[in-house]
Design a protein around this ligand. Sequence first.
Ligand code: UD1
Ligand code: CA
Length: 474
Amino acid sequence: MDSALTVLILAAGLGTRMKSRKAKVLHRAGGKTLIEHVVDAACELANPESIYIVVGHQAEIVESLLRPRGVRFVRQIEQKGTGHAVLCCEPAAKRRQGRVLILYGDCPLLGAGTLRRLIDLHVESGAAATAITTMLENPTGYGRIVRNQEGQVLAVVEEKAASAEQKQIREINAGIYCFDTALLWKHLHDIRPHNPAREYYLTDLVGILNAAGHRVLPLPAVDFTELLGINNRIELAEVDRILRERKVRQLMLDGVTIERPDTVTIDAQVAIGPDTVIEPFARILGDTVIGSDARIGAYSIIESSRLEDAVEVLPFSIVATSHVESGARIGPYARLRMENHVEAGALIGNFVELKKTRLGKGAKAQHLAYLGDSTIGENVNVGAGAITCNYDGQTKHKTRIGAGAFIGSNATLVAPIEIGEGSYVGAGSVITDPVPADALALGRGRQVVKEGWARRRRRQADQNSAARKVPVGS
Ligand code: UD1
Ligand code: CA
């Protein structure tokens, strides 16, 4: 941590080109908001209390999102440009010594390593400011870098203010700078909104520092993808793709098999153990943790869940906010809706839904069941089509099934209800009263058999149709 470093992150703009009611920095890429990516990189360099986020559009939402990280906030009520945004930080940050790193909140691919190199150049060169630059095939929209013969930066010219000749420059300003603290606050007030947009451009400070006899040095970036800023949803999708690709490559290097990695979506915070296999089109989201030797089937969605070693999720299944112990098997076409706990070796088959349910060790629910608000003991067998009626229209009620019980197919368990250990519930039963341990419970109409009924019915039908066929007049 660099104790002489202050970081300012500009994140107050709406981002008009996003065509969104949501502030730009709150859009997500790679499973995190844009601003979280930038703040996380900054936190690798500086203590959170020396990081200031300039907020404006949807300030409350941005603040509540980032407050747990311990960073500070500065409000920019009216967005009058990047120079004005920095000016808003003056009362809070002016007393601080050393250097100021300025980042834009819409630049989420930036790594702490690149920032560290910028700071190193700043310290070693003793320049008034350093800025990251890069060459772009198509520099349209970016500020252009005007250099002198010594290679120093004389000015940054914004697209809107650039001459036809300046627009030919392919070296652009990435929007990442390191300033000498004293010189920043001394000259920031000299910026004037003399441009077609009537904005205070932070980039004008480069020309101002030069005019005052100071040096501004460029740090040409090695990897320009790191510098991509997001201005519209096409760029958002591109950055999301890059973040996803980075994530799957890292997981593969760490020993995870990923089939067709370009089809898989894995959020930044996800952790997966070695020898786990991820099949095509899987989505693994939130802070999910998956152990080793597990398998996530094609088209499955795993969200904010913990799956232990050797868990198998077969294709087209959904697991959300649940904990699945080792060796359990889920799917295909199963849904663990929320807050479930599936114990080791349990089997959950096709079209089975679990909600707030604990399924005991080795228990099975293999076909077409709904188990809600339930605690189900070890080795229970839940037959095809069995359901818990956990909701009476007003309140949710609990179902308890003791270890080793057998719930017949299509049983309807009306909660609150308790089914004792080792008991049997007959197929098709509607169970409203508690079932003691080791009992058999039947709750259905008795079967009636009428011998010869079908034959008599067919004969009657034949006679009726013969009568209708008698010719008219006979
Ligand atoms: C800016 C740079 C440009 C550079 C480009 C790199 C300026 C004047 N131009 O242009 O040289 O090539 O970034 O991506 O700095 N913001 C505020 N308050 C404001 C205005 C902006 O907080 O009043 C924030 C925005 O929320 C955003 C960031 O500053 O996160 C950059 O603003 P944006 O409007 O995207 O700047 P660009 O036009 O892209
Ligand atoms: Ca931008």
